[in-house]
Design a protein around this ligand. Structure first.
Ligand code: SAM
Length: 277
């Protein structure tokens, strides 16, 4: 019988955030695949768990993924952990999950610490609709293109960012979204120096020009404001009715269609059309 793959989230700062279920899964797995075995060994030592560890990271994932899948197919259970947070979210793991699906292996994701959700909930930005954009490219051109493509995005946008790239990213965001756009900089979440700075992109640029950013950041940026459609005028309505009639529609149908297209009451469109005649 084939084994299983468990995705086991680990604390993003506070070691108390490891759940009972994660602990048990790590204890019961046949082996643990870890992004950095030294980082995971520290956590396992803290939990008092001794377990065989294999490395699975960005640059060996193609080769190691096949090996892990073969072990699971032979009946072993694997727990996948990343350095911190939920595996497969801007972490190696996405490919292993896909390989397991392709091989008919059951994948079980245990809920737990995840920087994107922790940041969104604490950010003070709208949480109803959001999109996660992960890490922006380190290459200036593609980073700017990525941000430019998000210019009219109305959902709250969430980015992961490293401190040494923060200022460039904030400057590019201010250029793409405007200096007045609201942003929450969520830093060192769940750690001693946890901090959420809710400000504007312009002020964030000023702040981190004056002081060097330290620690891990999630950036939660407000979406673009809804653009109000300009209300159609009586002249617009009359012109549209006359155009539709030229195309062969009866007056009644032209008025009906125009009212629907321009979001105007039918009687307003009707009298506008009559006045134009
Ligand atoms: N898979 C992990 C997750 O979703 O929680 C994220 C892994 S990703 C390689 C690492 C990035 O997550 C960091 O660069 C930072 O943007 C964010 N991050 C992780 N821990 C954080 C923390 N305690 N506070 C703020 N951001 C954090």
């Amino acid at each position: 019988m084939a084994g299983m793959l468990y995705l086991v989230p680990t604390p993003i700062g506070n070691l108390g955030d490891i759940s009972q279920r994660c602990r048990e899964t790590l204890e019961q797995a046949d082996f643990i695949a870890a992004e950095d075995t030294r980082v995971s060994l520290k956590l396992l030592n803290h939990l008092g768990i001794k377990k065989s560890l294999v490395s699975y990271y960005e640059h060996n994932k193609a080769f190691k993924g096949e090996k892990i899948v073969a072990r699971i197919l032979a009946g072993e259970t694997c727990a996948l952990v990343s350095d911190a947070g939920s595996p497969a979210i801007s972490d190696p793991g996405e490919d292993l999950v896909r390989l397991c699906h392709d091989a008919g292996i059951t994948v079980c994701a245990i809920p737990g610490p995840c920087a994107v959700i922790t940041a969104l909930s604490i950010s003070g930005q709208a949480t109803g609709r959001f999109c996660f954009e992960g890490f922006l490219s380190t290459a200036k051109k593609s980073r700017r293109e990525h941000l430019e493509a998000l210019k009219t995005e109305q959902r709250t946008m969430i980015f992961y960012e490293a401190p040494h790239k923060l200022l460039n990213t904030l400057e590019d965001m201010a250029a793409a979204f405007g200096a007045d756009r609201s942003i929450s900089l969520c830093r060192e979440l769940t750690k001693l120096h946890e901090e959420v700075v809710r400000t504007t992109l312009g002020e964030a640029v000023a702040k981190y020009t004056a002081e060097a950013p330290k620690g891990e950041f999630v950036l939660v940026v407000a979406g673009a404001p809804e653009t109000k459609k300009e209300a159609a005028t009586a002249e617009d309505a009359a012109a549209r009715v006359s155009r539709l009639m030229e195309e062969g529609l009866s007056r009644k149908d032209a008025v009906k269609q125009t009212a629907a297209e321009l979001d105007l009451p039918r009687n307003v469109v009707y009298s506008a059309a009559l006045q134009e005649e």
